[in-house]
Design a protein around this ligand. Sequence first.
Ligand SMILES: CC(C)(COP(=O)(O)OP(=O)(O)OC[C@H]1O[C@@H](n2cnc3c(N)ncnc32)[C@H](O)[C@@H]1OP(=O)(O)O)[C@@H](O)C(=O)NCCC(=O)NCCS
Length: 178
Amino acid sequence: MTEPTDPAAEPNLNITLVPLTAAFASVASALHEQGFEDPWDTDAIIRLLDVPGAFGLLAFAPGDLAANRDDIPLGFVMVQAVLDEAEINTIVVAKEARKSGIARKMLSAVFERLRENDVGRLLLEVAEDNAPAIGLYRHLGFDEIGRRKNYYRRKSGRMVDALVMERALGNCVLGWGA
Ligand SMILES: CC(C)(COP(=O)(O)OP(=O)(O)OC[C@H]1O[C@@H](n2cnc3c(N)ncnc32)[C@H](O)[C@@H]1OP(=O)(O)O)[C@@H](O)C(=O)NCCC(=O)NCCS
């Protein structure tokens, strides 16, 4: 698998999900750089994957030998489960591949896997000024349950609150997933 290229240049890409393992950590790190001011390096991703209850999913478009096209990494998500609760550690989609349902597909697979493991509740923190992510989570049925004041410090020095959001996993009201 290669570093991210331009998914927008490749129409009608299939999206495949695979477990995010340490072997893909450098690919994930390169994707993370596209989404965050303070991206995680390869070692940080490997360390987080190593924590009991942690798992990740990587989305990519499979390569095409005939078209001389390599696999194209599209995004990844990392989750930490503890007993019957889980938290989204991070989620990112390659810039050019956004708004095409990749995050929704990854989270739908996360919901399914957590349900299979009897996890009933999924939580996350999101910066209050991150409209795309808040839009995604609301779209997928997360509710705001709290706020952490001045939780994030931007490179500019500006402090931003985190919203704490939650979604029950007991049923599948929106028709995707299991
Ligand atoms: C947030 C992020 C992961 C969304 O990924 P994505 O693949 O573009 O999202 P999807 O295409 O699956 O969108 C699903 C739904 O989320 C909402 N959404 C996605 N992008 C949005 C945007 N820019 N503005 C408002 N709502 C948005 C919409 O409801 C969308 O459904 P629709 O396409 O039917 O309107 C992506 O923007 C990203 O990587 N951002 C940088 C990293 C980041 O902020 N991660 C979250 C940290 S908490």
